[in-house]
Design a protein around this ligand. Structure first.
Ligand SMILES: O=C(O)CCC(=O)C(=O)O
Ligand SMILES: [Fe+2]
Length: 206
């Protein structure tokens, strides 16, 4: 994926940052549109038999066939909105990839967060390319190597595009930590390609 510039991952995968992928005015317009028009919802997940409300709002959009299951919850996509389709076209073009779904997250303030995880569900295939667009307030994004525990901190700001690719999800996990700093709304969109249900590659990890 050298079209995207320098690989920021020191080992075991690919990570690219395109700061200001959308300039301020375009990013402002997208932020307002997505904040008002996406079907933001709280979500309950099951952990060790207990039901927990995730600390952020979420929405899932994509092609009709792009079903996605994670944290024990089956996500049926809502149909694309015009803005999401426009962003998808821009990201398909820059990544030379065809995304078919997007997970949208809305972080209301510094208490909202996403815990440490890898995007390694079987339906993403073996070495998924994931394009993550950030809009609104900036937040720290932290990657941690599974074995060495090396961490990599990246500040993600309004309009920035981060692309994870290659073997990154096998060797690194990532999180959006809570912060005591005063933070305003932030929207993150992670574009993914979900493989059709029965075509999962034979050697995916479980
Ligand atoms: O909000 C972010 O920057 C991270 C989101 C993320 O990791 C995910 O949606 O899987
Ligand atoms: Fe993720």
């Amino acid at each position: 994926m050298q079209i995207l510039g320098q690989n920021l991952a020191p080992s075991d995968g690919e990570l690219y940052l395109l700061p200001g992928f959308y300039p301020n005015a375009a990013a402002d317009a997208l932020f307002q549109d997505l904040r008002c028009n996406l079907a933001w919802q709280t979500e309950q997940i099951q952990i060790f038999g207990r039901s927990i409300t995730v600390p952020r709002l979420m929405a899932w959009y994509g092609d009709r066939a792009a079903h996605y299951r994670y944290s024990g919850v089956d996500h049926s996509p809502l149909p694309w909105t015009a803005s999401l389709l426009q962003i998808k076209a821009d990201l398909d073009s820059v990544c030379q990839h065809t995304f078919n779904s997007v997970l949208a997250n809305l972080y209301r303030d510094g208490r909202d967060s996403m815990g440490c995880h890898a995007d390694n569900e079987p339906e993403l295939g073996k070495n998924p390319t994931i394009a993550s667009l950030s809009l609104g307030d900036s937040r720290l994004f932290r990657l941690r190597h599974n074995r060495s525990k090396q961490t990599l901190d990246i500040e993600l700001a309004h309009g920035d595009l981060l692309v994870m690719a290659g073997t990154l999800q096998h060797h690194w996990r990532h999180e959006l930590p809570k912060t005591r700093q005063t933070k305003q709304l932030r929207i993150n969109l992670t574009f993914r390609r979900i493989l059709p249900a029965n075509s999962a590659e034979p050697d995916v990890r479980h």
